[in-house]
Design a protein around this ligand. Sequence first.
Ligand code: GTQ
Ligand code: FE2
Length: 342
Amino acid sequence: MNAPVKAEDRFHQLIHQNHMWGLWEIASQMTPHPRPEAVPYQWKWSLLKEVVKQSSTAVPVGDERRAMQLFNPGLNGQWATTNTLIAAVQVLLPGEVARAHRHSPAAIRFIIEGHGAYTAVEGEKVIMQPGDFVLTPAWQWHDHGNETNETVVWMDGLDVPLTKALNAMFFEMHQDTKASHGKPVNGSKALYGHGKLTPTWTKERPLFSPLMLYSWDQTAEALHDLRSHDGSPHDGILLEYTHAQTGGPVLPTMSCRVQMIRKGEKTKAKRVTGSSVFHVVQGRGRSVINGQPFDWEKGDIIALPSWAQHDFANAGNEDAILFSISDRPVLEALGFYREDLS
Ligand code: GTQ
Ligand code: FE2
């Protein structure tokens, strides 16, 4: 004989059938602190290098870019390296052009290998060298070209998962392979690339930095000049790429940084809200992330989810340099930024 259905069960059936749930059934989702589904994860350069090599013969550049997107194993096949950011490794062979297009997600590039290829951003050809940091702000036409005889490899970073979560994705392919390149080559660097000396006659204050190219020689010089400072006990010599006019983040959705962990240096652990992706520019080291050791070296890419405890220890014979992107401006703007420096 069936047990009589309790009134409480009947009530749950009623609400579930009608797309309602009791708070008592889901309250555990109000966690005491963030519990990201993304996991800390590392793509080693030894692997990326092989993928880069095989990609150049296995797949054409076509209409889409030859960009291998790094999917976080905790995110169930979503187009996401962390909950808000996607990172990729992109390869452009001599003579290739990646078709012009624009999208609402913003992008950055950090050049890994190859000299002299370009990204044209809204009519400005930006010539890229290893270590350069390049912006492609939201909704700006861009195409990439390699008129050199070297393969060029860079890391892409975009706010695609954030854009998708906000249902704000727009994409448009340009009618031509190359958009017009009417502006002076590296023109934004001439205008805005002189640090504290900025033009007085440009009245626009875009949300993104009007400087598209942050050259490696300037980055290296800044790190070198600051080497003897104490820096941060949690981050070593950590510098932010800033908006050339406002001094704020380069993009409204992404903060981009470069840091030096000096030979012999080991930082204190910390955790912050917001997720990041790191790329090792130089040197070797170890980061313990939520208790798990990650040994990193030049070329590696590491996903760091929100609120993951992490530190940095140099494990080599030279200074280590890390480039990183994070969604911190979004957390700060919304009042969600927190840090635990314990
Ligand atoms: O190079 O424009 O990795 O549009 C993903 C989307 C790179 C790009 C990516 C893109 C690009
Ligand atoms: Fe793009």
